[in-house]
Design a binder for this molecule. Structure first.
Ligand code: NAI
Length: 410
């Protein structure tokens, strides 16, 4: 079920383009072709459906899997890539701008394959397996989770004693969050904001809410583009880190009147609300790069606005009673995917290499694992890092036997 199958040629070109910058995943695909770790298994994947993801789906299929694919956000699917995958024989259930009902229906249809493994991004697939689609989990051994918010939801379910399957927190692997969340979100968020708005960042004030892995990247890139950066936080340690990295730190109440651009990356909700909107400058640009569209309160904007109008593709203007217009990008959904191309391919090469090996690990071991949240084994992290370095043409030193003995822990 895709928007338009005739878009497949454009999707195929996008997939070929990213493949040339994903050497680690290409090496894993070759390896999986021989080792067939997923022979006879069905894998359901729910993840931002664009070219890099398609390359991951192809890698899993090369390893013998029957892969069923859907998106993980109503706005982030690239219809041409979805069409290309469908033409290549994958069952695909996704289109861009689906309604909430269609989105849920796509998740159900994907799970109707009764998967052996799942790959989730944000936790919606897992959530359906604990609710409406619980009968589709009869063969499920376990799965992997891509992002911070999904890991948080999984851990909440685990703490409540309700997690039914073993799940691996791919987000928490070093080769994932250190690069994907920081450098990937950092660059792709600004690619999306500048392309969508066609505005300059230099000389402006950028307010970044949240100084976790994503926030550090978004703030660093804003600074590099010439902005003055203000960070808002609730964690005192992250706040000190932001100060020491050279940013101003203050409450959102104080930052609201100063910002030209606002980017939320907290994983929390109601980070920017009515009382902040009342104080903002005319023309302020609001965007979110956190997983869910709950960080910038669209309902408050809608409630306050005397007029709501499209200003440009992916920009809605909200006219306030005093005449100011606040601009919301991509409906407050994660801007780098809903209004951009997502992370650079070189970054997703690492994240998806971790995904591929984590799923291989689950295929081998999940039957003996209890329903808990597991970390990605360290040797997978180290292996992917070594492969990435090789792909980058970078060599590093190795410890001598004497050095190993001296350090004691190698
Ligand atoms: P993190 O846990 O490393 O950082 C979140 C930070 O936000 C923490 O430092 C926390 O103290 C702070 N925070 C929480 N509530 C806050 C509030 N109300 N006001 C100010 N600060 C607050 O998480 P990470 O990895 O940075 O992820 C953040 C979000 O971005 C998650 O929803 C995650 O799933 C998503 N994400 C999005 C990506 C994208 O492509 N756009 C890529 C990776 C993650």
């Amino acid at each position: 079920m895709v928007r338009d199958i005739s878009m497949a040629p454009s999707g195929k070109k996008k997939i070929e383009w990213v493949q040339s910058s994903m050497p680690v995943l290409t090496a894993i695909e070759k390896e999986f072709r021989k080792t067939q770790p997923f022979r006879g298994l069905k894998i359901a994947i729910s993840i931002h459906l664009e070219a890099k993801t398609a390359n991951l789906a192809l890698t899993l299929r090369a390893g013998g899997a029957d892969v069923w694919v859907t998106g993980c956000n109503p706005l982030s699917t690239h219809d041409d890539v979805a069409a290309a995958l469908e033409e290549m024989g994958f069952p695909v259930f996704a289109w861009r701008c689906c309604t909430d009902e269609e989105y849920e229906d796509f998740l159900c249809r994907t799970l109707s394959c009764h998967p052996d493994l799942i790959l989730d991004d944000g936790g919606d697939l897992l959530s359906m397996l604990h609710g409406k689609c619980s009968d589709c989990g009869d063969r499920l051994m376990g799965g992997t989770e891509e992002t911070t918010t999904g890991v948080m939801r999984m851990r909440q379910r685990e703490a409540a004693g309700q997690l039914k399957y073993p799940m691996m927190a791919v987000n928490d692997a070093d080769c994932k969050h250190l690069f994907d969340n920081r450098y990937g979100t950092g660059q792709s968020t600004w690619d999306a904001i500048t392309n969508t708005t066609n505005l300059i960042v230099a000389g402006k004030t950028v307010v970044v809410a949240g100084y976790g892995w994503c926030g550090k990247g978004v703030a660093a890139r804003a600074k590099g583009l010439g902005a003055e950066v203000i960070v808002t936080e609730i964690d005192p340690i992250c706040a000190i880190e932001a100060v020491m990295d050279g940013h101003r730190v203050m409450k959102m109440d104080d930052a609201a009147p100063l910002g030209d651009f606002f980017v939320t990356v907290t994983g929390c909700y109601d980070v920017i609300t009515e009382r902040h909107f009342k104080m903002m400058k005319d023309g302020a640009v609001l965007s979110n790069s956190g997983h869910f569209d709950v960080e910038v309160s669209r309902s408050d904007l809608e409630k306050m606005a005397t007029e709501i109008f499209e200003r440009r593709f992916n920009i809605m203007g909200y006219r306030m009673p005093d005449g100011r217009v606040l601009n919301l990008l991509a409906e407050g959904r994660l801007v780098n995917l809903a209004a951009g191309n997502g992370h650079p391919a070189e970054i997703m090469d690492m994240s998806f290499a971790i995904q591929a090996y984590a799923l291989e690990y689950m295929a081998k071991n999940a039957k003996g694992m209890t329903p808990h949240v597991f970390d990605v084994p360290r040797d997978i992290d180290m292996k992917v890092a070594a492969m990435k370095l090789t792909g980058m043409g970078v060599s590093i030193d190795a410890l001598t036997e004497q050095q190993k003995e001296y350090l004691g822990n190698y």
